[in-house]
Design a protein around this ligand. Structure first.
Ligand code: CMC
Length: 380
């Protein structure tokens, strides 16, 4: 029996209100600031303050916020020890970096003295700590995986530059740091997307911030949501291999359409005329590739052919995860860390939503339409 009174995937259903973000066909707005403006003129630290505190920071506020983030980058010893034992799990494939990050965030909650305190002051303090700590988890995890000593955070570096530094042990160029910074701005917030909605459902039971973020990480991991940035790059690698073996991009795409394959990094539940974030990141990623050399530009050329065929044949635009895959690849970031980096940014949006939910809380408990078997007797 099919459900007559439901919307599959809650498509188009207004599930609540928010002051934090507006996702529109023609615009993406964080607390009154348009995404192009933020990508051009703000830093991730400024956007994080805007989301977590509620207004654009003054120069003094931004400096203090930045210092607070820098002061909170180090991880408790217990979490460092956990990250050191993760390489066998990652190498065997029983875990991927998103799973390790999910466990580390849960542990950070266990070790946070304010974990059970849902007051606005405690939640903002915890949100800042998590924002500062998540890049360190990613960095130390990657270092352990490569058999290297953990790279300590560098307080002279911005949030984005420090993330790259901790992952690689190499100081990024100003351009690479800025491209990472912009990608973090673009990923920071997106109203009632699946992971944020999950966070709101969890905290609406009056559960705590770390529990909500742990659940949100689980939701973001899937390839229909944040996992699409990794899946998009894996798909581009597959097309490249096929291309080198003599299959044209056009033929690969036609086969994918015939197989009814979902192309990762394309389509969106809300944006039907394109995702504003995709164009911004594509342009920056391409600039980076042009600086790096022709073989990197080739990747963007290939991506642009895939985009054109998708648009011509299916009228489907790329979402932000498509250029993200190519951009992070150009930055030599290992593919399985792309979605954890998304977390390093979206933690700010999630935390803002948890605070907003707790400020006007009502348990989120919808109903379902029963479509199961008709009533029968256990003994009949
Ligand atoms: N590749 C091929 N066909 C697609 C795609 C795609 N990526 N996206 C949508 N379509 C087709 C879909 O098959 C359907 O065709 P038909 O009407 O013939 O059955 C039509 O377009 C409508 O799609 P839909 O499945 O109803 O759209 P949706 O709103 O349920 O799905 C989506 C949105 C994002 C889950 C989907 O576009 C998708 O699976 N994309 C690939 C994964 C992806 O890139 N996810 C990232 C989302 S945005 C950023 C983020 O959250 O990280």
């Amino acid at each position: 029996m099919s459900a007559a009174n439901t919307k599959a995937g809650l498509e188009g259903v207004i599930a609540g209100s928010t002051d934090i973000c507006s996702v529109e066909q023609g615009a993406l707005i964080y607390r009154g600031y348009e995404i192009d403006d933020l990508a051009r003129n703000a830093t991730f630290e400024g956007v994080a303050f805007l989301l977590l505190v509620g207004h654009k920071p003054s120069a003094v506020e931004l400096k203090a916020f930045d210092s607070e983030l820098k002061a909170n980058r180090a991880l408790p010893k217990e979490v460092c020890d956990f990250l050191k034992i993760t390489p066998p799990m990652l190498k065997s494939g029983s875990a991927v970096p998103m799973d390790i990050l999910r466990t580390a965030v849960s542990m950070l909650g266990n070790l946070d003295p304010q974990c059970q305190d849902n007051s606005p002051e405690a939640e903002r303090a915890k949100a800042k700590r998590l924002t500062a700590q998540i890049p360190t988890v990613i960095g130390h995890m990657q270092n352990a995986l490569e058999g290297k000593a953990a790279v300590a955070p560098d307080a002279s570096l911005s949030h984005a530059a420090n993330l790259l530094w901790m992952m690689t042990g190499v100081k990024p160029t100003a351009k690479a740091a800025r491209v990472m910074d912009v990608s973090l701005i673009l990923y920071a917030e997106h109203d009632y997307n699946a992971s944020t909605f999950s966070a709101r459902v969890i905290c609406a039971t009056l559960s705590d911030l770390h529990s909500a973020v742990t659940g949100a990480i689980g939701a973001l991991k899937g390839p229909l949501h944040g996992g699409a940035n990794e899946a998009a790059m894996d798909m581009l690698k597959e097309i490249t291999v096929a291309h080198k073996a003599g299959t044209s991009v056009e033929d690969w795409m036609l086969q994918a359409f015939a197989d009814k394959r979902k192309l990762m990094g394309f389509g969106h539940r809300v944006y039907k005329n394109g995702d504003h974030r995709a164009g911004i990141l594509h342009a920056l990623g391409r600039e980076l590739a042009e600086q790096k050399g022709p073989e990197w530009v080739e990747l963007f050329d290939l991506g642009e052919r895939v985009q054109k065929i998708m648009l011509d044949d299916k009228q489907i635009h790329p979402n932000v995860d498509f250029p993200c895959g190519m951009t992070y690849f150009t930055m030599d970031i290992p593919v399985p860390q792309y979605t954890p980096i998304f977390v390093a940014s979206r933690i700010t949006g999630w935390a803002a939503h948890v605070m907003e939910q707790h400020a006007h809380n009502r348990l989120i408990r919808p109903v379902s339409e029963y479509t199961g078997p008709a009533l029968s007797g256990w003994n009949s």
